[in-house]
Design a protein around this ligand. Sequence first.
Ligand code: OSB
Ligand code: MG
Length: 368
Amino acid sequence: MKIESAEVVVVELPLNFRFETSFGVQTHRTVPLLVLRGEGLEGYAEGVMTAFPGYREETLAGALDLVEKGLLPAAVGRDWPNPEALARALERFRGNPMAKAMVEMAFWDLWARGLGLPLKDALGGVRDRVPVGVSLGIQPDLEATIDAVARHLEAGYRRIKLKIKPGWDVAVVAAVRERFPEAHLTVDANSAYRLSDARKLARLDAYDLDYIEQPLAYDDLLDHAQLAQRLDTPICLDESITSARAARQALELGAAGVINVKVARVGGHGEARRVHDLAQAFGVPVWMGGMLETGVGRAHNIHAATLANFTLPGDTSSASRYWAHDVVNEPLEAEEGWMPVPKGPGLGVTLDRAFLERVRVGGFEVSG
Ligand code: OSB
Ligand code: MG
């Protein structure tokens, strides 16, 4: 499939909720949407990097500069036999997995559409719907937290993830567990603790959490392996897993009993599938994470989550939770905690171009 041209449309969208984590507060997203064109078809992807590098190092400005001046000029105007060939050609650009993921993921969509296959089938997925939970930001107080958990359990979400930070951790978990004794509960610290907090974190063992997500530094594996020895609750790595190599090392070290796979964090579908396969070989379950994606990134995540070892509920909750108006025409809504995989070739979603024009704040084109 030859990539004939590329277009990036940057849009700004307000979130339906204030999303507070240990690293900051998000109230809107600035989303770069990539359109790749070839053989009369289009493939889509979105960038998940943010202006402020609070999650990983990549920034929106830096990534878009690389996409415009490096990655797209390398990708456009050439005929690629498959997405893996394109990914290999981008390897000479070091790091920057979120920027590379935009290009790789849009090409998977274009390539699958060219084959007339749902992306799920092109990837080797085995499910028509994926189990979903919800990630709840830090709330103003305990009452608001209990209320949010209750509403999302009633909506059918199969696991509740609570964001925690020092000063907002054990007491919150204790209160939520007391009120919801049967719920699948997890916490996500987004790297807010140090290994010296191990005794504090071990107090969470009393509340039957499915796992503790990324308690220690965003680029650490060794301290997580040490911490794992001192906790009964499994550790789930998110930020630390930026590649299949990082995943292999984490698995060999015993640093991860669970892995949160984010396609965009590891550079695209090919690498995400390798992380999935490695975890499976180690008997470690994985789940599909999220980066507050619009319907484009969400659809990618849903297709990828159909691989066999995605056995735990992920963060790909209903698009209507996040946005009053999505960028795609198709509703992506969970039913009883199951998200159906969009039907049709590729991602199975189409862009709402009229809406994009209303919320557009920038963009550029690259032709071959
Ligand atoms: O750590 O999983 C995370 C959102 C933005 C950045 C990092 C994370 C998250 C979430 C929300 O937890 C996941 C979602 O609902 O998309
Ligand atoms: Mg996380």
